[in-house]
Design a protein around this ligand. Sequence first.
Ligand SMILES: [Zn+2]
Ligand SMILES: [Zn+2]
Length: 247
Amino acid sequence: MDIKILATGSDGNCVWISNGAISILIDCGLPKTKVEKILLAADIDPTKIEAIFVTHEHQDHARGLPFADKYKIPVYASEGTLKELGRLETGKILKSFIILDAFSTSHLSIAPFPVHHDAMEPTGFVIRDQHEKVSVLMDTGKVDDAMLYAMSHSHQYVFECNHDEDMLVNGDYPDTTKARILSDIGHLSNQAAAAALAHLVQGRGERIYLTHMSSSNNMPALAQGAVKKALRQKGLQAGKHYHLEVF
Ligand SMILES: [Zn+2]
Ligand SMILES: [Zn+2]
């Protein structure tokens, strides 16, 4: 499957995933016109997007949903997320999984899994076709065993890698904000993301996309370093056993 990280970070998140026959977006967190612009720049036709899946209601993930309305693209999310977005009537509640069919030989199945974040009913998503499994983990304060199980054996991982714990603790944020980010329903640190990826990645050429990086409390080199270190301890080398990209 092809993955394009169209936007990521606290200003807005939007990920395009396609198996050639079917294309979807995970989150739509930029203003509507900006979504159109980044799709155009990436050579993606908005009318070819089958569905948008929203991880949770925070603005950096859902601000651009009027884009879905304009192009009549169905919006899927948990019941709690749709409720918070005021879209219970128009959206589609995603409880277990759905299958998007293109031809009898080509489909995508998309399943949510619960995550830990200060939103109503936040989820990550597992996307499968007949060849591949992709896991998308956006905002979460921690990764538990059920989440690891849901994401296990993926070929590609889109993973939040929000902050370096030392940078956050020693940085300028107010103590209440620091506490929120560090809590179990906040955001994933480089260290926590690295530990989770060390459980998941087997060294079979998996692709890892590190996203949602804080501009104040992280640096790409730190995020990359933390993940590489954790995987090196499993005997895995970047470029040889897995591929790593930081956004
Ligand atoms: Zn959030
Ligand atoms: Zn976010």
